[in-house]
Write a new protein. Structure first.
Length: 982
């Protein structure tokens, strides 16, 4: 075996086989291709056979040339192909060698580079890993240049992929021939500059094909534009060696050696080179046609904003920090579009050879073992939408199922089943209707509607603790396991004439039905014959037990009971129904032990106390005026109610009621639940007597008043009281007769009214008339003395304030005005210092009322509107100014000089005399007066008229209800004409 360098004519060869000389040699080396060498050696027969049978790619071939300047590396690689030729008994072996870059071009591989921040250097280094002494040198980009987008190597060798990667940056690759190793230059290396090409022969060519191809790609990008002159190339012959990639001078231009061919034949060595411009080395970007239309499977590792990160199955490892975001598109027509969960299998579809256009299109169901374990996947007619986390949707022939943990909606046939272990919330924007499906009208009846909505046969609500139906906070029906609460401004119970059997509950129907069956001889005989023979001895109780079991097992028991009992006498059925209640109550009154009685007593005390708390909380809810008070009261009510539920003492409200009299002298009224029959018998009939008795007493009173008329004489007071009593009695009579009419119609809880007065109002009015009648016994002297004392105290108090503030004539003027006011008739306009006309006063009142009503109409709440609306009339300008209280209790930001010292320097005794305010100077009348003064700074206060009213509740219209000023405002507006204070 050889192993030494063979010295040829001007070069040397190293390879592992003995030979007798080289006849011919050719070496080809160029960009984007493996370097190849062909040489023919003469051998003996034994040498030729040994080389042919033992030669392989691992055998190294090194060809070099030594000269004064150093070594010239012509070739380095391995054996690619061997061929033995015999001529005239002489053995020749033709050897084809290939550079070690070929090792990168043997096995196709698939992998993805999803980290767009990865550099080109990092990627090409990965391609040569795993090859002994493999290396790649980046000569095309900056060291930190990144790939910028998704790149996928799919069924490509590393050599093919590296060439495609180089084309993305418009460059080429070149195998290195210095070492016997897979070493690649990525881009055009700068080996040397300044050499001149010494050629003895050359050919000039123009590559129009490459020019036109590259021109199409560079369209629109001036930086990539290529001229026709750039595609000129030279094919030269020289006697000197140059390396591929070197920059040489030729024809007064710099050229790059794109390819070389070294030949040796019969002792002569020749060099041929291809020279091109550096711009012409640019290559059109290539795409991998093999990946076009392919769908690669992978696993979702992250998801967000309708995009997913996928660990493709072709990748051994996954870079979480640099994963590519694939847009996700559901399969089909996108009826169901949902991002798959992390860990789910998906497919990534590549519509073209451009990898960044890939999308994740749909989820994969997984391996066959998983499919077998989930039986739902075995039905081809079932469409399944499963998400990890126990969430699924199944569309099948039997129905539709939606499920998430313990929440399930199942549509099967004509039924819908909704299950939830916790809460079920139904929210609608307008209406929620429960109706049955529509029924088509009979054929041939064209006058009738084709369809008519049918009411549901029944609606059933069942709950363990509570059922609530509520409209805002004012009206509700609350059903618990211990009581039923109904609240509304008006509750009507309509009387409907229906058969007695329809008034009974299902349990009551079954009980009466069983009683009838047990007493029916024909039924007893039939049951006996069906279950026993004539020789058997059977008691009546055994037969009745069989009848009861059959009745309860019968799905049509209720319909059969109504049909059977409907044929019976209704009065007789009512009597039996009432007698059953008595028997039950008697059966319950059994003697209990002392221990049981103690437990019942303690439970009752607890129930009694909690019920009182609940009633108190309910009272505060009803009496609340503001939103804050109503919210606080409702929270207190809810807390008390929850405590009642937790106690567990209200599960059976009837427990121990028959024993209460043994412990308490005071009986708490029971909350009774009546059937419609008992409602008429107990509630309606029970009110008839009391109303009729009231009518009788009112009629007797009217007769007595009329009979005593002559005794009134000429007294206007007595005649006025007599007329008032008659009018009151007539109102009582009218209300009582209306109540009797309502009871006859089945309305038990109505409150008839006359002129807005109900029975309770009339009762209070009667008490008032009684008080007036008694008041005539009081002596007029006492009343006058009290009035004089009161007026004297008022005058003295105001006189003291006037002296302290320097108002010399205030006490005198006020006394005169008070005296003059006391002598005026009712209904006349009050006197003011400004002597405003009645028309001006009326106009101001109307303006304030209209402004207050407008504030209500725009939606201000009671809290926002406040308790007062004030208006000021400026007689000099004819303008009106209105205001309301400041919610925060702040005074006006800009105060008139007249008001500012009165507010800020208010005496302590005046300030402390009134506490029901958010802040002195924050009331409506002060704001309105301040507006008027700022609008007309020079106005005389006698030309301003102030009026304050109470706007009332939000739901009530605004009326003329004057509102007196508070002590603070009275002090601040001293000297102003405040109409509402007179």
């Amino acid at each position: 075996m050889g192993g030494d360098w063979y010295q040829g004519d001007g070069f040397q060869l190293l390879w592992p086989y003995d030979h007798q000389g080289i006849q011919r040699l050719k070496i080809v080396h160029q960009f984007n291709d493996h370097a190849r060498c062909h040489f023919t050696v003469r051998m003996t027969e034994e040498q030729a056979h040994a080389c042919l049978f033992q030669g392989s790619l691992q055998d190294a071939i090194l060809i070099q040339k030594l000269n004064e300047a150093g070594k010239e590396y012509w070739f380095a690689g391995g054996i690619y192909q061997l061929e033995m030729v015999v001529e005239d008994g002489i053995y020749f072996v033709v050897v084809e060698g290939i550079s070690r870059s070929y090792e990168l071009d043997i096995h196709p591989e698939s992998r993805s580079f999803q980290n767009k921040g990865a550099t080109y250097t990092h990627v090409i280094k990965q391609l040569v890993q795993g090859h002994p002494k493999g290396d790649a040198q980046n000569e095309a980009t900056e060291p930190g240049a990144t790939i910028g987008e998704l790149i996928v190597q799919y069924q490509e060798t590393n050599w093919q992929f590296m060439k495609r990667l180089a084309s993305r940056v418009g460059t080429v690759i070149l195998p290195d021939l210095v070492m016997d190793a897979p070493r690649i230059y990525f881009g055009v290396p700068d080996f040397s500059w300044g050499k001149d090409m010494k050629a003895y022969s050359y050919t000039m060519m123009q590559d129009m094909g490459s020019y036109l191809s590259y021109l199409a790609q560079a369209a629109g990008n001036e930086s990539l534009r290529l001229l026709e002159a750039d595609c000129i190339q030279y094919q030269v012959k020289s006697k000197y060696y140059y390396q591929v990639g070197e920059n040489v001078g030729f024809k007064r231009q710099i050229w790059v050696i794109y390819g070389s061919m070294i030949t040796y034949d019969q002792g002569s060595i020749q060099y041929e080179y291809v020279l091109v411009q550096r711009k012409a080395i640019r290559r059109k970007s290539k795409v991998n046609q093999a990946i076009q239309g392919e769908a690669l499977e992978g696993k979702v590792v992250s998801r967000a904003n309708n995009m997913v990160k996928v660990h493709l199955d072709i990748d051994e490892q996954h870079d979480k920090a640099g994963s590519w975001w694939f847009p996700y598109s559901a399969e089909g027509n996108n009826i169901f579009h949902s991002l798959p969960d992390e860990g789910a299998k998906v497919k990534v579809y590549f519509p073209s050879g451009i990898e960044k256009q890939a999308i994740a299109v749909n989820s994969a169901r997984g391996s066959s073992e998983e499919m077998v374990s989930r039986t739902v996947f075995q039905k081809p007619t079932t469409k399944v939408f499963h998400i990890p986390g126990n969430t699924k949707m199944e569309l099948g022939e039997d129905g539709v199922l939606f499920k998430k943990d313990t929440v399930k909606i199942n549509l099967e046939g004509g039924n819908i089943q909704v299950e939830a272990n916790e809460d079920l919330l139904v929210t609608v924007g307008n209406e929620l209707k429960l109706i049955s499906q529509k029924e088509e009208s009979e054929e041939g009846d064209s006058n009738k509607s084709k369809s008519s909505a049918m009411l549901p046969r029944s609606i059933k609500f069942t709950a363990k603790n509570m059922i609530a139906m509520q409209i805002l906070m004012d009206q509700y029906i609350l059903i618990t396991n211990s009581f039923v609460s109904i609240r509304s401004k008006k509750i009507d119970f309509n009387k409907v004439d229906i058969p007695f059997v329809d008034m009974l509950t299902e349990d009551e129907l079954k009980e009466l039905y069983l009683d009838e069956l047990k007493n029916d001889k024909d039924m007893l005989l039939r049951i006996y014959n069906e279950n026993w023979s004539e020789s058997d001895t059977v008691s009546a109780k055994e037969i009745q037990a069989v009848i009861k079991a059959k009745a309860y097992e019968d799905p049509n028991a209720i319909q059969n009971a109504k049909a059977w009992l409907g044929k019976k006498d209704q009065n007789e059925l009512q009597a039996k129904y009432l007698s059953r209640g008595k028997q039950d109550s008697e059966a319950k009154s059994e003697e209990k032990s002392e221990e049981e009685l103690t437990i019942i007593k303690n439970n009752y005390v607890t129930r009694y106390n909690q019920t009182n708390k609940l009633m108190s909380a309910s009272y505060h809810v009803q009496k609340a005026e503001t939103d804050e008070e109503r919210t606080e009261a409702y929270n207190q009510y809810t807390q008390v109610f929850e405590e009642m539920q937790k106690s567990g003492l209200f599960a059976n409200d009837a427990e121990g009621k028959g024993e209460l009299s043994k412990y308490f002298s005071k009986n708490v009224p029971e909350m009774l639940y009546y059937s419609r029959f008992n409602f008429e018998r107990i509630v309606i009939s029970g009110q008839y007597g009391s109303v009729l008795m009231g009518v009788f007493f009112v009629a007797t009173g009217i007769i007595a008043i009329v009979a005593s008329a002559p005794s009134a004489g000429n007294s206007v007071l007595l005649w006025s009281l007599m007329v008032g009593d008659v009018v009151w009695s007539a109102g009582q009579m009218y209300v009582s007769l209306e109540k009797l009419d309502d009871l006859g119609k089945g309305y038990a809880n109505t409150e008839p009214e006359i002129f807005g007065l109900n029975q309770s109002d009339l009762d209070n009015l009667g008490l008032l008339l009684t008080a007036v009648n008694l008041s005539i016994l009081a002596k007029h002297g006492v009343t006058k003395t009290l009035d004089a004392a009161t007026d004297a105290n008022r005058i003295k108090l105001l006189d003291d304030i006037a002296k302290r503030e320097g108002w010399d004539n205030l006490g005198k003027n006020f006394a005169e005005n008070l005296k003059r006011l006391g002598n005026r008739g009712v209904g006349e306009p009050p006197l003011t210092n400004g002597n405003f006309t009645p028309e001006e006063i009326i106009n101001l009142k109307n303006h304030v009322i209209e402004e207050a009503q407008m504030l209500k109409d725009v939606g201000l709440t009671n809290t926002q509107l406040g308790p007062a609306v004030a208006g000021v009339y400026d007689r000099t300008t004819g303008r009106y100014f209105t205001a309301i209280n400041d919610l925060d209790g702040d005074i006006p930001k800009e105060l008139h000089p007249l008001l500012e010292p009165r507010i800020k320097n208010m005496p302590k005794e005046v300030h402390d005399s009134y506490e029901r305010t958010r802040g002195a100077g924050s009331h409506a009348e002060v704001y309105a007066v301040n507006k008027a003064l700022l609008a007309n700074p020079d106005v005389d206060i006698n030309d301003l008229l102030v009026y304050v009213i109470k706007p009332g509740g939000k739901t009530k219209p605004v009326t003329d209800i004057p509102f007196h000023t508070c002590p603070h405002c009275n002090y601040i507006l001293s000297g102003f004409n405040v109409l509402s204070d007179f």
